[in-house]
Design a protein around this ligand. Structure first.
Ligand code: HSE
Length: 329
């Protein structure tokens, strides 16, 4: 398996580290090597395989992925032989950005794709899946919702045969952190600053605060788990900037907290701040993600996990990589 990594920020670097850490496990599938890695400024490529540890060290020390200057991701992808694209460049919810171009190019050329980039999935989910099907390519995206919390594969693979009736969840660690710090009297701005320091917030934090990030995740769940055909623009979105300290205090008087909840079912597609009774699974504090999945036979299933992070998101990419290698074998 020859892997090309598009995007070499926190998640791309974490994935390279995972390739090194899990080399023994991966070698049972045959040689697994990174043949190209790039970000918006520079790239490294070697058909014989790049050293993942050296790649990360170099990026941390110099800020560059490699010594070659980037023209475009498509040029790099066109110049190396690869089997799987790992697309982890930043989300662009306006157009899908470079990430969408990388994914389309790879699928068109019959390459498998693993992505955690929410923009392309929230804008072009059905088209990308059709493109994959037509070109006998596999498209997987477990880490795009809930990071390390395995919600997509849980619903579509482990809960086969169940009818998933609805999913309600906390899918944005930044908002949950802010709201739970506000529960303790911290002002919004200060809570946001702390959340940014934790490294969970999107490069543009309004993606978190305005509910855009959660809406992308709700769209991905609607399309993948509920087999709907919806887009980002179909979601009813209210963010958390209007949640006042007074509202939080009033909620506390009623033994409630306010949380940004994403909800999806056959008919619902919504992101909004909601009153949640203290002690309810959705009342969690901090940066963790959680989801309550209602099914017809098994009843409610609750999962809880880290929604972002270097190794955590890379763990979801690793699970997709192994699933692809199992299928290809
Ligand atoms: N900004 C996101 C969050 C990162 O705060 O949860 C994971 O998508």
């Amino acid at each position: 398996m020859r892997i090309a990594i598009a995007g070499f920020g926190t998640v791309g670097q974490g994935f390279a580290e995972v390739i090194h850490k899990k080399s023994e496990l991966l070698s049972s599938y045959g040689p697994v090597k990174i043949v190209a890695a790039f970000d918006s400024k520079s790239y490294a490529a070697d058909e014989n395989g790049l050293d993942p540890v050296a790649l990360v060290k170099n990026k941390l020390a110099t800020g560059a992925v490699g010594d070659k200057k980037m023209k475009s991701g498509i040029d790099v992808l066109g110049s190396v032989g690869y089997d799987i694209l790992v697309e982890v460049s930043p989300t662009d919810i306006e157009t899908g950005g470079d990430g969408l171009r990388h994914i389309e190019y790879s699928l068109k050329h019959g390459k498998d794709v693993i992505t955690v980039n929410k923009g392309p999935l929230a804008l072009r989910f059905r088209e990308l899946n059709k493109l994959a099907e037509r070109n006998n390519a596999i498209l997987r995206f477990e880490g795009s919702v809930g990071g390390a919390m395995p919600i997509i594969n849980l619903c579509s693979e482990n809960l086969k045969g169940e009818r998933v009736k609805s999913i309600r969840g906390i899918f944005n660690g930044t908002c949950n952190f802010i709201l739970s710090r506000m529960d303790n009297g911290l002002p919004f701005e200060q809570a946001l600053k702390e959340a940014q320091q934790l490294g969970y917030a999107e490069s543009d934090p309004s993606y978190d605060i305005d509910g855009i990030d959660t809406a992308c995740k709700v769209v991905i769940l609607a399309n993948s788990v509920f087999r709907r055909n919806v887009k980002f623009s179909d979601v009813s979105i209210t963010g958390i900037s209007s949640v006042s300290p007074e509202a939080i205090a009033l909620a506390a008087d009623q033994e409630m907290v306010i949380r940004l909840v994403g909800e999806v079912s056959d008919t619902v597609l919504e992101v909004s701040p909601r009153l949640v009774p203290k002690g309810h699974p959705l009342s969690i504090a901090g940066t963790m993600n959680t989801a309550q999945i209602m099914t017809d036979l098994a009843g409610p299933i609750v999962i809880f996990g880290k929604g972002a992070g270097r190794m955590e998101t890379a763990s979801a990419i690793l699970s997709d990589l192994i699933a692809i290698m199992d299928r290809r074998r």
